[in-house]
Structure formats: structure tokens, C-alpha cells
Unconditional design. Structure first.
Length: 149
């Protein structure tokens, strides 16, 4: 894993093996700029990375409460941008209570509109298995798009 950012509220990493950007939230109250920083770090890296980023994983088990305004920005800005930049799927690692489940349901509705499957997992390894299972298909699609350009 390549560390892209490390703060007191988040760690953002990249795995070349899984064509993945990962966001691990820490138990600290988030400002709007903190929230945006994590996603913009991942999205900016997705643009400049030499290999495609097909997969995104966010571990929200320690994430504090997210404001509806922050979520709206994520839905209106981050998800469409990730989709345009070639993201194929996302996973969330969660032990969701009622409030976090409400937040995640809104996110899932948005990702569906962009054709991005989003699954919830209790353990990261289960998400990694899902990513690995899809990888050969992702690479075939990527190679065929390069040829047609």
C-alpha cells in the first residue's frame, strides 16, 4: 500500500495490486474541509495514477457523525467525479448503527444512479475478495477502451 495522506482524522492509501484507493477514517470530529480533503486526495490521485483505479473502499467504523451538508457534497460532487474518472465499484466497511445506516443508504442511492455498485462489509478482507473477483473483467474492459481510443 502506498500512503497518499495521513492526518489525525484519516489515512488515504493506494493498492496497485487491487487497483484501489482506500480511506480509513479515524475517531475525530470532521470539519467540512477535513471531509473534502479525504475524497479530493483520492480523486486527485485517481487522475494522476499511471494505473487505473477501479475500486474504492472506505472504512467508516471509527468515523464520527457526518453532516447532511457534507453528504450532499459527496453525492453531488465526489461520486459523479469518481464515476467520470473510471471508478467501477465501492465498498464500505461498517458496523453501522441507525444513524450511519441512514447516511449509507443515501450514499448507496446515489452510487446506483451512476451505475457504481456499492456494498457494505463488516471486514475489509471480504471487500478485497469481491474486488479480486471482478479484476479480470475490469482489466478486459480497460484494455478494450484503450484499443478503441
Amino acid at each position: 500500500m502506498i500512503k497518499l495522506a495521513e492526518t489525525d482524522f484519516v489515512t488515504v492509501t493506494h493498492s496497485e495490486e487491487l487497483y484501489l484507493v482506500s480511506v480509513l477514517w479515524k475517531p475525530k470530529a470532521l470539519s467540512f474541509n477535513d471531509y473534502k480533503f479525504a475524497f479530493e486526495t483520492a480523486l486527485d490521485y485517481q487522475l494522476k495514477c499511471k494505473t487505473p483505479i477501479f475500486n474504492y473502499i472506505s472504512d467508516v467504523r471509527d468515523q464520527t457523525v457526518v453532516s447532511p451538508a457534507y453528504r450532499k457534497w459527496f453525492q453531488d460532487e465526489a461520486v459523479p467525479r469518481a464515476s467520470r474518472q473510471g471508478l467501477h465499484r465501492g465498498a464500505v466497511i461498517t458496523d453501522a448503527g441507525v444513524f450511519k445506516r441512514y447516511y449509507l443508504n443515501h450514499i448507496m442511492d446515489t452510487t446506483k444512479r451512476f451505475g457504481l455498485p456499492l456494498k457494505l462489509f463488516k471486514e475489509p478482507e471480504n471487500a478485497f475478495r469481491w474486488f479480486r473477483a471482478e479484476l479480470s473483467n475490469d482489466l478486459k474492459i480497460f484494455e478494450s477502451q484503450k484499443v478503441s481510443i
